[in-house]
Design a protein around this ligand. Structure first.
Ligand SMILES: O=C(O)[C@H]1O[C@H](OP(=O)(O)OP(=O)(O)OC[C@H]2O[C@@H](n3ccc(=O)[nH]c3=O)[C@H](O)[C@@H]2O)[C@H](O)[C@@H](O)[C@@H]1O
Length: 202
């Protein structure tokens, strides 16, 4: 009963996650399996999918291809990005721990999306413009993980600076683009689902 009432309170996305968590908890209880639950925040790095439509892959592709960097909304929404090797270390630490409750794994260094677009443009050395498009549907305006628990219980925190990680990702994308151009396949950034009825910013 309590879990049903809780499910009604949370958003559609969170509802799916909550159901999954309840399923895992049930499985753990019935099958006596030890579980670990990581809440993974925005992660990037080499070998990420180039056309997944997420901000890191879109901006890097756009900057490398001389296309406008598409900022959805005003760009004042924030995200915090962790490099993939930090996430892997966090997951290993979690698996080796005895913490069975959810643990946030992310980098708490928060940036606005507009700052992030400018940073990628600079790192790529790109002359691309920044283009403001309509807001994406249900876009959270702020996201910054609280990693106190991971620090305390796993002795983990991210160590790779954003620019260092982005340079590695940009290097990977550059090489992939060269390789794929030789094979006549040019990846294109995937557009977001845009809120209906909104006009474009300038
Ligand atoms: O945990 C979640 O709720 C979601 O977290 C991320 O979603 P998000 O943080 O929105 O990541 P991105 O899609 O990379 O977008 C980040 C921000 O950049 C913006 N954005 C994205 C792409 C782009 O070309 N331009 C742009 O301004 C988005 O509107 C958003 O504000 C994951 O990508 C989702 O799969 C996951 O469901």
């Amino acid at each position: 009963m309590v879990s049903k009432a809780l499910l009604r309170l949370v958003s559609a996305v969170n509802r799916r996650r909550m159901k999954l968590l309840l399923g895992i908890a049930l499985l753990a209880y019935v099958a006596c399996v030890e579980v670990r639950v990581a809440r993974i925040f925005n992660t990037f790095g080499p070998r990420m999918h180039m056309n997944d439509g997420r901000v890191v892959s879109n901006f890097i592709l756009q900057a490398l291809q001389g296309e406008p960097l598409t900022v959805y909304g005003s760009g004042s929404q924030t995200r915090a990005f962790q490099y993939v090797s930090d996430l892997v270390n966090g997951l290993v630490a979690l698996m080796n721990s005895n913490v069975s409750s959810p643990v946030n794994l992310g980098n708490p260094e928060e940036h606005t999306i507009l700052e992030f677009a400018q940073l990628i443009k600079n790192l790529v050395g790109s002359g691309s413009e920044i283009q403001f498009l309509s807001e994406a549907q249900d876009d959270p305006q702020k996201r910054k993980p609280d990693i106190k628990k991971a620090k305390l219980m796993l002795g983990w925190e991210p160590v790779v600076p954003l620019e260092e990680g982005l340079n590695k990702a940009i290097h990977y994308f550059r090489k992939e683009l060269e390789y794929q151009a030789n094979n006549q396949y040019i990846p294109k950034p995937k557009p977001a689902r845009i809120k209906k009825g909104r006009t474009r910013h300038s």
